[in-house]
Design a protein around this ligand. Sequence first.
Ligand SMILES: [Zn+2]
Ligand SMILES: [Zn+2]
Length: 194
Amino acid sequence: MRPAVGAPLRRCTTCGGYAYGGAPACAVCRDLVDGIVEEEWRSFLHRMSIGAESEAGIAELVVDEPDRHDWRVVDAALDRLACPDCGDRLSRGPAGCAACDLAHGFRYAAIETDRPGVPAGNEHAIRVNVSVVRRPHFTSENELLTRRLLLPFLLVGFLPTIEDAHRIKTVAKGSDPKQKALLIEQAIENSLRR
Ligand SMILES: [Zn+2]
Ligand SMILES: [Zn+2]
């Protein structure tokens, strides 16, 4: 189950970071992130009374009309389709696969609904960070690190301001690789306090 707004952050016992934040390297965190998408897909199938045997067919319909579905349903549908060009899960193939790039672009047409009590745009930030963590090979090391470390905070309802985001980015750029994760996390926690 995805963390609720205002829920306390908890640590992942496998990687030691905040749960969800260790993806994609930590398998437990990676499963948690995939679970955000999978949970909504299962409840979508349930609401539509669709059995697992028709999953692929319904996935195609969803991907054809991303603007009619929640982003998690669209992302889960993409996972269920093979790319006609590279054969990987659609949108998650190697850099330079045109069909994957196109599918990735369309995912952003999906519906993003903020939960009650969060700053406007929190759900968008979650969906972007989830997408980055699940397609890590498209993102620079610094950006991936920052986005994965932010994700646990976004999930409980935090959204950095533009100034906060700049501050966090500066820390990511300027710090010693060994201390970088710790310093980014401190920068996030500092903006949370403001
Ligand atoms: Zn972990
Ligand atoms: Zn592809």
